[in-house]
Design a protein around this ligand. Structure first.
Ligand code: FES
Length: 100
């Protein structure tokens, strides 16, 4: 997290466009494969953080996942499925972008 002013002049990827990134597509696929979502309230942030984590660390350990996902609270307690989905996403091969 950072103040909006710190983003001036930088490209911003939102949850709406996360599927346009290679890691984002793998995370979306893994989330669906493992049925991660419960109520969905926290999931935009969880998916953004998971994508950022996989863009930095190709095969994250449990400790990497704990560190990378800290600050994202899930009131439904989907943490175990999130951890499994991140590991699943790390093993998925890239899928083509929709429409291209
Ligand atoms: S899925 Fe409900 S808060 Fe995370």
């Amino acid at each position: 997290m950072l103040p909006a002013g710190a983003a001036v002049g930088h490209a911003i990827t939102t949850i709406e466009s996360i599927g346009q990134t290679e890691a984002g597509r793998r995370v979306q696929r893994a989330w669906l494969d493992l049925e991660v979502v419960q109520c969905g309230y926290c999931q935009a942030g969880q998916i953004m953080a998971a994508t950022a984590l996989l863009q930095k660390i190709a095969a994250p350990t449990d400790q990497d996942i704990d560190r990378g996902m800290s600050g994202n609270i899930c009131r439904c307690g989907t943490y175990r499925r999130i951890r499994e989905a991140i590991k699943h996403a790390a093993k998925l091969t890239s899928t083509p972008k929709k429409g291209g």
